[in-house]
Every structure is written in structure tokens, then in C-alpha cells.
Design a protein around this ligand. Structure first.
Ligand code: ADP
Length: 543
């Protein structure tokens, strides 16, 4: 017997309509690519989203067409999020930090018809212009006064001009909620990037869960600054969650340095920020050097890479900011687990609380997970053993664009994440490694994440990475690679002494190497492939 409730489709356009009607004056504040700060309310944003949708119809964009963006977090990008998807077209966010050949590859693979690009990212599109096979129009996200005088791209269009004469009165169409809404490619550190095609349904359900009490508990008293880019897994869904909750949004545009972010946090009274650990490292350093405190911020959502214990401690002790660690993937919209304190845990002594936050968190409702061995058997969830993490749920990918990456899709909807983790009795997830980064020593695994986190606590260390290096007896042994904090003179001996007692004895790195900078990929993760190349043929002193 079926239920007798309505089947109204869940559509992204409903989010912006809701915010325009009930939170018309709640602000979206942007540091624009052109420089000045721009501000307006959800009602004006909604009207301009309709204007850009009308302009797209004028350019011949139809239901299902892909429209690319190469853009920072700004109000215009926000308008495109709703304008493109609202029409039933597909918003394809392209990561401008990808190698140019990858940008061209994914624009062609997605068959983008139009590309919207920020002024200072235009050279990327110009650079690959000759290789773009389907793009008919390129729109520069600026006004006439800032349009480039000349470009190798013929008939460049101007965003503000395009919408200027549009009425903004369009009624969003209704369609099947399973319609594709947006598209984001994985960063492709191994092989070509793979496309993750979200639907309206998956996006709305994920967004509602982001808003909820156990996750972000958003309210109109909050102001969010998403440093996480809108081209990285839809800015973790925050750009949809904020308008549902009447929460103010603060967009940093292209300036992601410590000083610029600090200024916005402070002036706009931001209560919640979100981004990858490397961004916060820079901000914490900036605050420490200039003796500044982030006074309005209450919470910081950090994910994309493991959050070191030392960072959690610094946020709390120096700024009274509570860190929430999130784990997820582009393929998961992205949220899987999050620091979720059970009753009484928030009152624990600092060190115990930080230890909980240093884990990847507990699953949120809507995302099922388990660990399996290489033969596909379920493993115990009592913290005793690491295994391959698989997930399923209504906002988890069920296939990549055009059938790529089939081997990651298992029976009964389980998706192979490629992460290796432990699941503890109480559901806490502890990620050990990416499966391709695990260090196998004498038949046992050493967690590079645990070692990195421990090393990051050592005074004088700015950033640490651990890779496995070939060893004649043990197969592989860990090599610790460190970037020092400015003016610090920490040595190998200091590090090994510091680690002593904090990690299992047989995990002790066989050597420590100091370098000027650790390479990061397009989504801010340490590029282990690059480090392994850099240290290829390197001989450990113990080998
Ligand atoms: P990419 O496109 O670079 O893969 P994603 O953000 O989709 O970008 O990357 C997902 C991966 O990032 C996860 O599979 C996991 O390995 C890593 N990751 C994300 N969050 C965390 C976290 N909190 N702790 C450890 N690893 C994380």
C-alpha cells in the first residue's frame, strides 16, 4: 500500500524562492574580483538569478545542457548556482587550479555549451580555447567597464550587460527531482578526472541535512564564510543550506590570504567558517604574528584532509573557536561524517574533547557506511581493525559521468571510497589513509595521517607529510617531510624525541627531511604523488 502524500519534486529553485520570500534582506556579502565589497539581500539575489536564467534561455540553453563556471566564491557565482540549475540546465563548476589540459578535458567531456569565467581566470579559458569543442559562448563575470579590451576568444560576453535588460520575472519550471542539477569532477590526481552528476533531489536532501541540529544547526543569527570554493563539491553544500536557514553568506572572492580572510571575518561578524586545513594554517599564523583574535567566530568546519590535533587546540586556546571536523568526498555531495558530540562530551576536559574532534566524526543520518576487507567481507566495527570504507545513501554517487570508474561501484549500492579507516564501537570514524597512500611495513599498515598529525604538534613545525619509502627488509618505511614555521630551527632529533611515546615504536619515521614547501593539489590536499616523485630513489639511512 502506498502512502497518500504529495509527490512534489524537491527542486533547487525552491530554495532561492523561499529565501527571497522569507529572508529578503538577509545579506550576501562579497569581496568582488574587481576589488570593492558588494552586498545585497536574498530577494535581490533571487531576481538576478532569474535574470541570468532568462539570459541563458536567450543564448539557447535548454533543459539538460551543461553550463560551465570557472569562478571564485562571489555573488555572481551564487546567482549562477540557482539560475542554471533552476532552469533544469546543469551547473558545471570547474576547478581553476586544475592543470589546463584537465580543464579542457572536463569541459569537453561534459560538453559545456557556455562558460562563465571570472575576470582574473579568463587567461585559463583563453589558454585552452583552441581545444574546446562544444563551447559556443564565453561570459566574463564582470561589468562593461572591466571587460578586457582584447581577447583571443571571439565575441566575449559581459555578465552585467547580459542581464541588464532582462525582467527577472521568470517562473521556475517544475520537472522531475531526479533531473541533473550540477556536475563536479574529482581532481584526478591519478588518471583523468571523473564527473559526479548531482540531482536536484540529492542536493536538496543533502542541504536540509547540512542545516539540521546535529550537523550545523544553522539559524538567522549565523553568518557563514565559506572559504571552501564553490568549485569544490558545491562549497560543501553551504551555499544551499544558508538560504534555507536565512543565514548570511560572506564570500571571499579570489583573496584567500590570512589578512583578507581575517578582515572579512571580523567586519562581517562571521560566526561559522569552513575550509580545508591549509587555509586555516595560514590564517592562524597571520593572527599569531599580528596578535589578532577572531572574536565573532564560534565554529570552524574543517575537512578535505585530516585536521591535526594541534590545529584544533590552537583554534580553541587562541580564539575560543570550536572546530568541527568533516569527512566526505565530491562523490558524497560531500558530507559523510562530522564531529558530533553526544550528551556530556562537550563538557569533557579540553584534551579529551580535542581527541574526539581529531577523529573524522560520526556518520550523519542519510549516509550509511561500513568497512570491508579486500575480498568484500564485512569487518568488525569495534576499532580493532582498519578496512576499505564503503558508503551508500541518497546523496552518494551511483555512477560517474559517461560510465567512468565502474570498479568503485559494488553490489547493493555500496560505493568504494578509496579511504581506509577504522569504525569504533560508538560509530566514530578514524581515517587511516587513502588506500593508495598507506605505508606497508613488515605486512602491517602504518597510518601516514596519524604520523602527520602527531608531527604537526611539534613546536616549530608548520606542515608535515609522511610517505612510504622502499626498504629492503620491511618493504616500506615512513619518511617524515617537514616545513618549518618561519624562523623556527627544529631539527630531526627534536622531531624524533617529540614523537617518542606519542606513536607506536615501530611507526617511528626512519628519517626526517626538511623542505621549503609541501606541494598541494587542486583541492588543497597534500600531493603525495608529487612528494613520492620528489623523493624517488631516496635511500633511508636505515636501508
Ligand atoms: P578530490 O576531488 O581531491 O578527491 P574530495 O574532497 O572529493 O576531493 O576528496 C575526498 C577525499 O579527501 C576523501 O576520500 C579523503 O581521502 C579525504 N578527506 C576528506 N576529508 C577528510 C578528513 N576530515 N580527514 C581525512 N581525510 C579526508
Amino acid at each position: 500500500m502506498l502512502g497518500l502524500m504529495q509527490d512534489r519534486p524537491l527542486l533547487i529553485s525552491q530554495i532561492i524562492d523561499f529565501a527571497a520570500r522569507y529572508y529578503p534582506k538577509v545579506e550576501i556579502v562579497t569581496r568582488t574580483v574587481e576589488g570593492p565589497i558588494h552586498r545585497y539581500g536574498y530577494r535581490d539575489a533571487a531576481k538576478r538569478a532569474k535574470q541570468i536564467a532568462e539570459a541563458l534561455q536567450g543564448l539557447g540553453i535548454k533543459h539538460g545542457d551543461r553550463v560551465g563556471t570557472l569562478a571564485w566564491n562571489t555573488h555572481r557565482h551564487f546567482e549562477l548556482y540557482f539560475g542554471i540549475s533552476g532552469l533544469g540546465a546543469v551547473l558545471h563548476t570547474i576547478n581553476p587550479r586544475l592543470a589546463p589540459e584537465h580543464v579542457a578535458y572536463i569541459a569537453n567531456h561534459a560538453e559545456d555549451q557556455v562558460i562563465f569565467v571570472d575576470l582574473n581566470l579568463l587567461p585559463i579559458v583563453e589558454g585552452v580555447w583552441g581545444n574546446l569543442k562544444t563551447v559556443k559562448h564565453v561570459v566574463v563575470m564582470t561589468d562593461r567597464a572591466h571587460m578586457p579590451a582584447a581577447s583571443k576568444i571571439p565575441n566575449l560576453l559581459c555578465y552585467e550587460e547580459l542581464i541588464a535588460d532582462k525582467p527577472g520575472t521568470l517562473k521556475w519550471p517544475d520537472f522531475d527531482e531526479k533531473t541533473a542539477s550540477s556536475l563536479c569532477y574529482t581532481s584526478g590526481t591519478t588518471g583523468n578526472p571523473k564527473g559526479v552528476l548531482y540531482s536536484h533531489r540529492s542536493t536538496v536532501i543533502h542541504s536540509m541535512m547540512m542545516c539540521s541540529g546535529p550537523v550545523l544547526a544553522l539559524t538567522p543569527n549565523d553568518a557563514i564564510l565559506p572559504v571552501v570554493p564553490m568549485f569544490h563539491a558545491n562549497a560543501w553544500g553551504l551555499v544551499y543550506a544558508a538560504p534555507i536557514c536565512g543565514t548570511k553568506l560572506v564570500f571571499p572572492g579570489p583573496k584567500l590570504d590570512g589578512a583578507s580572510i581575517y578582515e572579512l571575518l571580523d567586519k562581517e561578524q562571521v560566526t561559522l567558517s569552513a575550509g580545508v586545513p591549509t587555509v586555516w594554517l595560514a590564517l592562524l599564523e597571520y593572527c599569531a604574528q599580528n596578535k589578532l583574535k577572531m572574536s565573532s567566530v564560534k565554529r570552524s568546519l574543517i575537512g578535505g584532509s585530516a585536521v591535526p590535533y594541534a590545529m584544533i587546540e590552537r583554534f580553541w586556546k587562541e580564539h575560543q573557536i570550536e572546530v568541527a571536523q568533516g569527512w566526505g568526498m565530491t562523490e558524497m555531495s560531500p558530507l559523510g561524517t562530522l564531529t558530533r558530540f553526544n550528551k556530556g562530551e562537550r563538557e569533557l576536559p579540553d584534551a579529551d574533547r580535542f581527541a574526539i574532534t581529531a577523529k573524522q566524526g560520526r556518520p550523519v543520518f542519510g549516509c550509511e557506511m561500513k568497512i570491508i576487507d579486500d575480498a568484500g567481507n564485512d569487518l568488525p566495527e569495534d576499532g580493532s581493525i582498519s578496512g576499505n570504507m564503503v558508503v551508500r545513501g541518497s546523496w552518494i554517487v551511483k555512477g560517474y559521468m559517461k560510465g567512468d570508474g565502474q570498479s568503485q561501484f559494488l553490489e547493493d549500492d555500496w560505493f568504494m571510497t578509496g579511504d581506509v579507516c577504522k569504525i569504533e564501537d560508538d560509530g566514530s570514524v578514524v581515517i587511516t589513509d587513502r588506500s593508495k597512500d598507506v605505508i606497508k611495513s613488515g605486512g602491517e599498515w602504518i597510518s601516514s595521517i596519524d604520523l602527520e598529525n602527531a608531527a604537526m604538534g611539534c613546536p616549530g613545525v608548520a606542515e608535515a607529510a609522511v610517505i612510504g619509502v622502499a626498504h629492503p627488509k620491511w618493504d616500506e618505511r615512513p619518511l617524515l617531510i617537514v616545513v618549518k614555521r618561519p624562523e623556527a630551527n627544529v631539527t630531526k632529533d627534536d622531531l624524533l624525541k617529540y614523537l617518542n611515546g606519542k606513536i607506536a615504536k615501530w611507526w617511528m619515521p626512519d628519517d626526517v627531511q626538511f623542505i621549503d614547501a609541501i606541494p598541494h593539489g587542486a583541492t588543497g590536499k597534500i600531493l603525495k604523488t608529487e612528494l613520492r616523485k620528489q623523493f624517488q630513489g631516496y635511500k633511508l639511512p636505515t636501508a
